[in-house]
Design a protein around this ligand. Structure first.
Ligand code: B12
Length: 148
């Protein structure tokens, strides 16, 4: 597993500002970022993660349809033998009233960390540095599950 970070906005979502800022912050922090842009399909995320031997897959969703768009993504990553850490962030549910419920839903879908729309780029960089460092220094059998 490498240190390449795959980044994109899933589904039909066209909100580009968040991932542009994240790409800049991650690149400045030394990560090799592959930005797939907006309106990215699950297949495109998986293909990029496989091709790049990605360390992390970062999924952005702002328009309120993240749950439908992300269902099945982790099964496809597993089928491709991809063990990248996965994050999702943005405006993940319409209204996003109950954050604990939203976070739990996306954790159940398989994401290692779930971030809300107030997330600043520095905290994403810090989380990735911790997670990727942990994964490269721990034995494969010792994978940890972490909370955001
Ligand atoms: C600008 C904007 C648009 C522009 C987008 C232009 C563009 N090409 O980017 C336009 C006008 C096109 C648009 C369209 C729509 N929009 Co709009 N839009 C916004 C708005 C005002 C700002 C978004 C933005 O750029 N924020 C600034 C960036 C820096 O912040 P951010 O995107 O949140 O990203 C940060 C964090 O969320 C986080 N983050 C984001 N992704 C990820 C991923 C990971 C892995 C991590 C760790 C962190 C992370 O880090 C980022 C940096 O700090 C928001 C309201 C708002 N204030 O957020 C609504 C908003 C997102 N839009 C909304 C809606 C409903 C729509 C439409 C469906 C409206 C419609 N009926 O047509 C369409 C969808 C079109 C489409 N196919 O995507 C809703 C979504 C509602 C929901 N989720 O419940 C919002 C919240 C407005 C609202 N209050 O109702 N929109």
């Amino acid at each position: 597993m490498g240190q390449t970070v795959i980044l994109g906005v899933i589904g039909s979502d066209a909100h580009v500002v968040g991932i542009t800022i994240l790409e800049q912050a991650l690149t400045a922090a030394g990560f090799d970022v592959e930005n797939l842009g907006v309106q990215t399909s699950k297949a495109e995320f998986v293909s990029a993660a496989e091709t790049e031997d990605a360390g992390a897959v970062l999924v952005s969703s702002l328009y309120g349809h993240a749950e439908q768009d992300c269902r099945g993504l982790h099964e496809r990553l597993a089928d491709a033998d991809c063990d990248a850490v996965t994050y999702i962030g943005g405006n993940l549910a319409v209204g996003q009233d109950d954050w604990a419920e939203t976070e739990s839903l996306f954790r159940e879908l398989g994401f290692d960390r779930v971030f809300d729309a107030e997330t600043d780029p520095e905290s994403v960089v810090a989380a990735l540095e911790r997670d990727l460092d942990q994964r490269t220094t721990e034995p494969e059998t010792d994978r940890v599950s972490v909370n955001s």
